[in-house]
Design a protein around this ligand. Structure first.
Ligand code: MRU
Length: 361
């Protein structure tokens, strides 16, 4: 990736208690340093972003991915943009900054944490002629730290629902790598593992990008949590065997009525879970809830390029010339969700009223 600088020297990590190997976002010497998730688990390398355009490309190309993580990266991108536009001395630097924010907003469409973080950063742009960078960098750091703290609370709330001896199945990567640290779904699994209530963790491969095989397996093993990989198509068989009591996933956008967009295949898992009498939990921060979107039908679903399906590691795995459809998220209807774990507590059987109440308490 010639457009990025890559460092292999050990950067200064922000949180001492986040395993450096799975810490996706670092703010070092007023520069954004992102763990390159495209290269995991083979290589732990980092991409340095000094401009908003570099942050936008890193989000679009999935150097950084996962709903909360892309929001945090974009927040730092706003600080970087403000620094360069202010330093340019142009009188209409605020217009230039607004253009960069609009481009960051368009980097990926489904995860609403991106828009949430950019709205907060936009509201934090100081008035007056002074350099906005210190205020905005501190604000981005505040969002970063709040996400980590929220994940720890969410993990404990979610884990409290799990009875001892449970097998848990998760999909995609909703872990430290997808957040500021600790994770949402993997936060529940981390907390449940530490409490001793989870006996077995299963991770789907998560075709086509293999977030489960490459990232979830990597970060759970790095934390000493035993995890067993399954092919996506093996989920029904596993559920029928009686070895799974909970499916726990993250979310990219939760509509006001509780319908939840998450990685493609989540809807199939929720349907299968209901058919097998297995409970289904979504773990997500309030920043993933989009109260302006009434239902799942209104959530924009990202489609990525066909080569993600037709090629694996740069090698063709499909018949040349085949058409491919690659929606990378789907929507699980709220009625299939037994529990929503957030940093403010758990909502059982989420619906419009219960979600509204979360914001009022
Ligand atoms: O395409 P990705 O890897 O960004 O998709 C990530 C997911 O779908 C996660 O499950 C979701 O963002 C929750 S992350 C805490």
């Amino acid at each position: 990736m010639s457009e990025y600088g890559i460092t292999r020297s050990g950067p200064a990590f922000m949180h001492d208690d986040v395993n450096p190997a799975v810490n996706p976002i670092l703010w070092q010497d007023d520069t954004l340093v992102l763990l390159d998730q495209r290269r995991l688990p083979d290589e732990v390398t980092h991409v340095v972003c000094r401009t908003a355009a570099e942050v936008e490309a890193a989000i679009r190309d999935m150097v950084v991915r996962g709903a909360p993580a892309i929001g945090i990266a974009a927040a730092y991108g706003v600080a970087l943009a403000a620094r360069s536009w202010h330093a340019s001395g142009t009188p209409d630097w605020r217009d230039g900054l607004a253009g960069d924010i609009a481009r960051l907003r368009a980097a990926r469409p489904t995860a609403v944490n991106l828009m949430w973080a950019l709205d907060r950063m936009s509201a934090a742009i100081p008035e007056g002629p002074g350099d906005p960078f210190p205020v905005l960098a501190a604000h981005a750091r505040g969002l970063h730290e709040a996400d980590l703290a929220g994940n720890r609370r969410m993990g404990d709330f979610g884990a409290a629902l799990i009875a001892p001896g449970a097998g848990v199945l998760t999909h995609c990567n909703a872990g430290a790598l997808a957040t500021a640290g600790y994770g949402t779904a993997l936060g529940v699994i981390r907390s449940g593992w530490r409490r001793g209530v989870i006996d077995a963790v299963f991770a789907t491969e998560t075709r086509p990008w293999l977030q489960g095989a490459r990232l979830t397996a990597f970060e759970l093993l790095a934390d000493g949590i035993d995890v067993t990989l399954i092919a996506d198509g093996a989920a029904a068989h596993l559920m029928a065997s009686g070895r799974v009591q909970w499916v726990v996933t993250g979310a990219d956008r939760i509509a006001a009525n509780g319908d939840t967009a998450n990685k493609i295949g989540t809807y199939a898992l929720a349907t299968l879970a209901r058919a097998h009498g297995i409970r289904f939990m979504v773990a997500a921060p309030l920043s993933t809830i989009d109260r302006a979107t009434a239902s799942g039908a209104d959530i924009p679903i990202e489609h990525r390029t066909a080569d993600e399906l037709t090629h694996l590691g740069g090698r063709a795995v499909a018949a040349p010339g085949v058409h491919a459809l690659n929606p990378v998220f789907d929507v699980t209807p709220a009625h299939l969700i037994d529990a929503l774990a957030t940093e403010k507590g758990v909502v059982e059987r989420p619906d419009a009223a219960a979600i509204a109440a979360l914001f009022e308490s």
